[in-house]
Design a protein around this ligand. Structure first.
Ligand code: PMP
Length: 421
């Protein structure tokens, strides 16, 4: 008999028949979550990769409190406000110089939808309609229909396949196979005249924390430029220090035409996303002809409270301690990983900035690998928040995590793997 859930809530990416009860979280502080019954959980995946400086960071909390008392929400068509202006100006001081305009939305997926619409709008408005999008194998860009269309096909979206639009796919640049990726991109750019190439720079997150070198990213950008194909950097996961630099594109020294940022934009406190674009894309829409308007909005676009949180986050990024923390977390992660280097239970140990990942020698790879839920249950019982991607275990903590916390996380990984293998 399946145990029935006691709550009417339908949770994301959750099979309720297998996991009827959720962990009830009452409070968050720094790298920890606390349950109502007093358990302390180490948040080793930054609550789905969003929390950067730590839960309930006092500077961000104060900014939210102050803004909530002044202006909670205002329609963003025809109106603006100081927190949004601060975020836009603050972002432009930090991002690659190719980006000059800031469009607000609410989540990573919507920032990707906006990016795709900007790309198609650009080509339509310059009188050269193009609509084909090139993507990388194993990509993930969100769960709306457009974002799923540019992401990998699989168990996640099989039911919706008839609604997904067709895209051109280049292979993931796995070690030794980089040239095949570059050749495929160049061939598609030439034959298909695509509008854009969208890619997660340096690390493919949900696809299994797959990492590739900055030189490949740089070369993919060069190819797109050479063929007049717009380059969209989806930095939703890689942004905000995750790969060791503020944005992953910095490591390849490239200037994308469009960039998507979300998750850590508010330090992980409240939802907010932005899509930034080059002057050419903005100018292609800039006209006295109302038909050229960029027709996109959502009710809460640039919500002032969310913008105040983002503005506070940008202030934290202007402090040198923030980058020093990232370097320290990256070094501590490497030390923990090094101890598993010759452990035969694991393969493909890898790190990019503050993210580590390793694969379990399991019989069946893929997201539905049976080891995944068993590991997750063990982690839950051990008060460590980790969610393996199939047989891939990864650690992506908030930057306030201590070396001691990380050692505890890897000790639990060690035990968990013994338990399930
Ligand atoms: N792009 C990437 C690279 C992501 O990792 C994610 C979320 N994991 C998204 C887009 C979608 O973001 P959101 O969940 O905020 O819609």
């Amino acid at each position: 008999m399946m145990r029935k859930a006691t709550s009417p809530i339908w949770h994301p990416f959750t099979q309720h028949a297998l996991q009827p009860e959720m962990t009830p979280v009452a409070r968050g502080e720094g790298a920890y979550l606390f349950t109502a019954d007093g358990r302390r959980i180490i948040d080793a995946i930054a609550s789905w990769w969003v929390v950067t400086h730590g839960h309930c960071h006092p500077h961000i909390v104060r900014a939210i409190q102050d803004q909530a008392e002044r202006l909670d929400q205002v329609i963003f068509a025809g109106h603006s406000h100081e927190p949004a202006e601060q975020v836009a100006a603050g972002l432009l001081a930090l991002v690659p110089p190719s980006l000059a305009h800031v469009f607000f939305s609410d989540s990573g997926a919507t920032s990707v939808e906006v990016a795709l619409k900007m790309a198609l709008g650009y080509f339509r408005n310059i009188g050269e309609p193009r609509s084909r999008i090139v993507v990388m194998q194993h990509s993930y860009h969100g769960d709306t229909i457009g974002a799923m269309s540019v992401g990998a096909r699989g168990v996640f979206n099989a039911a919706y396949e008839p609604l997904l639009f067709d895209v051109a796919v280049i292979p993931f640049p796995s070690p030794g196979r980089e040239q095949a990726t570059l050749d495929a991109l160049a061939a598609l750019c030439e034959s298909d005249r695509p509008a854009a190439f969208i890619v997660e720079p340096l690390v493919l997150g949900a696809g299994g924390m797959l990492m590739y070198p900055a030189a490949v990213l740089r070369e993919m950008h060069r190819i797109c430029k050479a063929f007049g194909v717009l380059f969209i950097a989806d930095e939703v996961m890689t942004g905000w220090g995750r790969t060791g630099t503020l944005f992953a594109c910095e490591q390849a020294d490239i200037a994308p035409d469009i960039a998507c940022y979300a998750k850590g934009l508010t330090g992980g406190a409240v939802p907010l996303a932005v899509t930034l674009c080059s002057p050419a894309i903005y100018e292609a829409h800039y006209s006295t002809d109302r038909a050229r308007t960029f027709f996109h909005s959502s009710s809460y676009t640039a919500n002032p409270i969310a913008c105040a949180a983002a503005s506070a986050n940008l202030e934290l990024w202007r402090q040198p301690q923030t980058r020093a923390r990232i370097a320290a977390v990256a070094a501590a992660q490497q030390r923990c990983l090094d101890r598993l280097r010759y452990d035969e239970r694991f393969s493909a140990l890898r790190r990019c900035g503050t993210i580590t990942a390793l694969d379990l020698h399991a019989d069946e790879p893929g997201y539905l690998a049976e080891v995944g839920p068993r590991l997750q249950a063990f982690f839950r019982d051990s008060d460590v928040l980790l969610r393996p991607l199939g047989h891939t275990i990864y650690v992506m903590p908030p930057y306030c995590v201590t070396s001691g916390d990380l050692e505890a996380v890897y000790a639990v990984i060690d035990e968990a793997v013994d338990h399930v293998l």
